[in-house]
Design a protein around this ligand. Structure first.
Ligand SMILES: Cc1ncc(COP(=O)(O)O)c(C=O)c1O
Length: 405
C-alpha cells in the first residue's frame, strides 16, 4: 500500500481529537514483549497496552484463533448467539463464582452493565429508595458518564453537566469511611480489588472482608471491578480468588481479549435475572471474532504454569527495581501484586513520573505511570526472563539519567 502523505506524529495533531497526547514513537509491529517503531527501533514492552497484552504481541495461540475465526464468521449481533461466545462464557462460569455472563466491548461498558444491573436489582428486590452507590476515592472505572462519575477522581467527571445521581465516595482501606456512608439505601459498593490507575494500592484483607460484611448487613451488592486485575494479572485468575472474598458481580476486560477489545460482566443467576429481555444490550458485545480470541487468551492464561510464572516474574521485577533503588534512591516503595507493579517516587521526584516514562522510552523500554508520582509496570504475563533483565537494565539507564541530571 502506498501512502501519498507522511503518517507521523504530526498527523495526529492534524486529524485527531486532542484528548490524548501520545508519544512521538509510532510502533508498527510487535512480537512477544518486543515492539518496533516506524524507524525499526526496538523497545521492550513493560506496559502491555495498559495491562491488556497479557500474552505479549502476536502470541501464536491468539493469532491462530483470530485467523481461524476470521475465515468463519466475524459478526452476527445479539439477534443470534454464536459458538465462540458460548464456549467462552461456559469457561468463565466453570472457572469463577459466576453462573451468568454478559459480554461488552470494554471495561467501561462492562462496568456500565454492572451498575445498571445493581440499580435494577435493588429496584425490583428492595424498592425505589435503594439507589445509593458507594465507590472509592482515586478509583477508576472507565469514561462513560456513569462509570466516570462512580470513579473517584472528580476532575474526570467535572465539566460535562449534571452527573448521574446518588453516588458517594469512601476512602480506600478505611472501613470507618464506608460505615459512615452505608445504609439500607445502599444498592452496591463498587471497588477495584487493587486500585490500578489510582496508584497501585492493595487493599488489606481485613478491609475487603469488612466491606463484604457491610454489604451483607445492608443487603447491598458487592461489585469487583477486575478490569485491570483480572485474567491472571495478580497471579490468580481473578484477584478476588487471592483475597478469599467473593463479589456478587465482577467485571473484566483488558487482558480478557489479550489485545482484542472485549469485556464482560459476570454474576449469579439470582442477580442476573433482573436484566430481563430488552433491559440492556450492545451490538458488538459477544462478537464471535472477539470471543474466539478471548477464549484462546483465557485458555492460555488459565494454566498453572502461566499463573505460577506471574509471581516468579514479579519477583524478578521487585528484586531488579530494589537493586536499582539501592544505587539511585529514587523510590520509597515497590508495591502491587503479581505483574501489576508500582515504583513510588521519593519526595525529590514528586510529580515527575512522566519524565521517568519518557526517559525510559528514550532508552528503549515502555513503561506506564499511575498518577503523577508512580511508575507502573504491567507487562505480558509470559514475558521472557531475559526481556525483564534487559528492560530493567534499560530502565536503570533512564533512572540514572534523571538522578544524575
Ligand atoms: C479498573 C478499571 N476499570 C475500568 C477501566 C476502563 O476500561 P476501558 O478503558 O476498557 O473502558 C479501566 C481502564 O484503565 C480500569 O483500570
Amino acid at each position: 500500500m502506498t501512502n501519498h502523505f507522511p503518517v507521523n506524529r504530526a498527523l495526529f495533531d492534524e486529524v485527531m481529537v486532542p484528548n490524548y497526547s501520545p508519544s512521538a514513537v509510532i510502533p508498527v509491529r510487535g512480537q512477544g514483549s518486543r515492539v518496533w517503531d516506524q524507524q525499526d527501533r526496538e523497545f521492550i514492552d513493560f506496559a502491555g497496552g495498559i495491562a491488556v497484552n497479557c500474552l505479549g504481541h502476536c502470541h501464536p495461540a491468539l493469532v491462530g484463533a483470530l485467523k481461524e475465526q476470521a475465515d468463519k464468521i466475524w459478526h452476527l449481533s445479539n439477534v443470534m448467539t454464536n459458538e465462540p461466545a458460548l464456549r467462552l462464557a461456559k469457561k468463565m462460569v466453570d472457572n469463577t463464582f459466576a453462573e451468568k455472563v454478559y459480554f461488552a466491548n470494554s471495561g467501561a461498558e462492562s462496568n456500565e452493565a454492572a451498575l445498571k444491573l445493581a440499580r435494577r436489582w435493588a429496584l425490583e428486590v428492595h424498592g425505589p429508595e435503594k439507589t445509593q452507590i458507594i465507590a472509592f476515592k482515586q478509583g477508576f472505572h472507565g469514561r462513560t458518564f456513569f462509570t466516570v462519575t462512580v470513579g473517584g477522581q472528580p476532575a474526570y467527571s467535572d465539566g460535562f453537566g449534571p452527573k448521574p445521581a446518588d453516588i458517594v465516595h469512601a476512602e480506600y482501606n478505611n472501613i470507618d469511611s464506608v460505615k459512615a456512608l452505608i445504609s439500607d439505601k445502599t444498592c452496591a459498593i463498587v471497588m477495584e480489588p487493587l486500585q490500578g490507575e489510582g496508584g497501585i494500592i492493595s487493599p488489606t484483607n481485613d478491609f475487603v472482608k469488612s466491606v463484604r460484611e457491610l454489604c451483607d448487613q445492608h443487603n447491598a451488592l458487592l461489585i469487583f471491578d477486575e478490569v485491570q486485575t483480572g485474567v491472571g494479572r495478580t497471579g490468580d485468575l481473578y484477584a478476588y480468588m487471592g483475597l478469599n472474598v467473593t463479589p456478587d458481580i465482577l467485571t473484566t476486560a483488558k487482558a480478557l481479549g489479550g489485545g482484542f477489545p472485549i469485556g464482560a460482566m459476570i454474576t449469579t443467576t439470582e442477580i442476573a435475572k433482573h436484566l430481563k429481555i430488552g433491559t440492556h444490550g450492545s451490538t458488538y458485545g459477544g462478537n464471535p471474532l472477539a470471543c474466539a480470541v478471548a477464549e484462546a487468551a483465557f485458555d492460555t492464561v488459565n494454566t498453572p504454569e502461566v499463573l505460577k510464572g506471574v509471581s516468579d516474574k514479579a519477583q524478578l521485577y521487585i528484586d531488579g527495581l530494589n537493586a536499582i533503588n539501592e544505587k539511585y534512591n529514587a523510590f520509597t516503595e515497590i508495591r502491587g501484586k503479581g505483574l501489576l507493579i508500582g515504583a513510588v517516587l521519593t519526595d525529590a521526584y514528586q510529580g515527575r513520573a512522566k519524565e521517568f516514562l519518557n526517559a525510559a522510552m528514550d532508552e528503549g523500554v515502555m513503561t506506564l505511570v499511575a498518577g503523577a508520582s508512580i511508575i507502573r509496570f504491567a507487562p505480558s504475563l509470559v514475558i521472557p526472563n531475559e526481556d525483564i533483565a534487559e528492560g530493567l537494565a534499560r530502565f536503570e539507564k533512564a533512572v540514572a539519567k534523571i538522578v544524575n541530571a
